[in-house]
Design a protein around this ligand. Structure first.
Ligand SMILES: Nc1ncnc2c1ncn2[C@@H]1O[C@H](COP(=O)(O)OP(=O)(O)OP(=O)(O)O)[C@@H](O)[C@H]1O
Ligand SMILES: [Mg+2]
Length: 399
């Protein structure tokens, strides 16, 4: 699968229609890694992210925008600058190219023009080895209780174990995030600290807000206090994702079920969009509806991976039938083992990190391997952390 072209949008946030057009028009998938205002910190951010393309939406004082284009062109020669404006007079286009833009897109954005521009960038772009871009995986289910939180925690742990690289969970269930329970953590910081210190946020500050399960497994928790969720906005989420993907190999997101702006911004940023369902009529119907919505949002089918949780072979629902109904192949299955799942949650230890022989462990290993392209190896046993008792998860541990 071709790796996405990383794009940073500068000037203002995209509206939903622009986002959809960008996503659906280009042959090569685009990863919109950040949306930044035209502010002084923009160059620092670009130097850190080293995107393949910078889409500068010209607005406000035009000279100010052109100066920025010039500086990007000089300081980041491997980043292709695309200018875009509603004003497509010869003057504006000429000035864009003189400042160092490689391409110009008029607004409203036109699909065929986007396709042509990104095809050129794809051909000419240098993909610098040193610019790290971790993989973002969102696990989404439109119906409650399908196991999103369980799958996110275990998939992240499985990826960390398989790759021996950093895997970070983001809990976007802002009102009631359960990831700390599933991962056995007691966060002192959360995404609310990202909001509080957004002006000075950089990769190091963000790293200090992560809760460590191990060297390779971390969590950016949902707000721990009631009412703090209301302050979280799209730009906080997209920035946190962009900064995390620059430092972790995998960023695995547990988004809320409701398809609001925040959920969509997380799904937009994902390289792999796991659509999770269980084998029952309401979940299958709901998954079908979600696939229709994803089509309307312009999501490329290649990004969407249907995964069946709590899977047992039944004559009523065979996988071929499901694929026919959803018009999408089934990417993976996770076996049904309630006893193993619930006991891992109760002791706060991801099942895949325990000694449990449940088939679920093997299923996660296969899923992680398919997503990462890394073959599972026979592993040396890793030291086990003592699991906490079920009661500490409810009442907290004595400090
Ligand atoms: N593969 C599995 N086998 C058996 N039980 C499972 C499996 N996956 C999840 N469960 C169980 O399903 C229940 C719901 O899981 P989870 O909390 O992850 O769902 P969710 O989709 O995040 O729910 P919500 O919509 O409330 O956020 C848990 O009790 C968990 O133990
Ligand atoms: Mg959940």
């Amino acid at each position: 699968m071709s790796k996405a072209i990383s794009v940073v949008v500068i000037g203002r946030s995209l509206n939903q229609q622009e986002r959809t057009r960008l996503r659906s028009s280009s042959q090569t998938p685009l990863a919109i890694v950040a949306e930044l205002p035209n502010a002084p910190q923009v160059l620092d951010e670009l130097n850190r992210l080293k995107p393949q393309a910078a889409l500068v939406l010209l607005n406000g004082e035009l000279n100010h925008s052109f100066q920025l284009v010039e500086r990007i062109h000089q300081e980041l020669p491997d980043t292709a600058v695309i200018c875009s404006s509603e004003d497509n007079s010869p003057d504006v286009i000429l000035q864009s190219f003189r400042s160092g833009a490689m391409e110009f897109l008029r607004q409203p954005l036109v699909e065929s023009e986007i396709a042509a521009v990104f095809a050129k960038i794809e051909q000419s772009a240098v993909r610098p080895e040193e610019s790290h871009l971790g993989r973002v995986i969102a696990v989404y289910a439109s119906k409650g209780g399908c196991g999103t939180t369980f799958v996110t925690a275990n998939l992240a742990a499985s990826l960390a174990r398989l790759s021996r690289k950093r895997s970070c969970v983001i809990d976007l269930n802002l009102q009631a995030g359960d990831q700390p329970l599933y991962l056995g953590l007691e966060p002192n910081y959360s995404i609310h600290d990202v909001v509080r210190n957004f002006d000075k946020l950089d990769d190091q500050l963000l790293a200090s807000y992560l809760t460590q399960r191990s060297k390779y497994l971390q969590l950016l928790a949902a707000p721990t206090e009631i009412g703090k969720d209301e302050d979280v906005r799209v730009e906080h989420v997209t920035r946190a994702i962009a900064l995390l993907r620059a430092q972790a190999e995998y960023v695995v997101i547990d988004p809320p079920r409701m398809l609001n702006e925040i959920t969509i911004s997380a799904l937009d940023a994902a390289d792999d969009l796991i659509l999770l369902l269980t084998l029952d009529i309401p979940a299958i119907r709901s998954a079908k509806r979600t696939l229709d919505i994803f089509t309307r949002l312009g999501y490329d089918r290649g990004r969407i991976k249907v995964v069946i949780n709590r899977y047992t072979k039944t004559p009523e629902f065979d996988l071929k039938q499901i694929e026919k109904v959803l018009e999408t192949p089934v990417f993976g299955t996770i076996s049904n083992d309630y006893r193993a799942a619930i006991s891992s949650i109760n002791v706060g230890e991801p099942l895949v990190l325990s000694k449990n022989q449940s088939p679920v462990v093997q299923d996660f290993s296969i899923l992680a391997s398919k997503l990462s392209g890394i073959r599972p190896q026979t592993e040396a046993p890793t030291p086990q952390r003592p699991a906490r008792s079920g009661w500490t998860s409810i009442f907290g541990s004595k400090k």
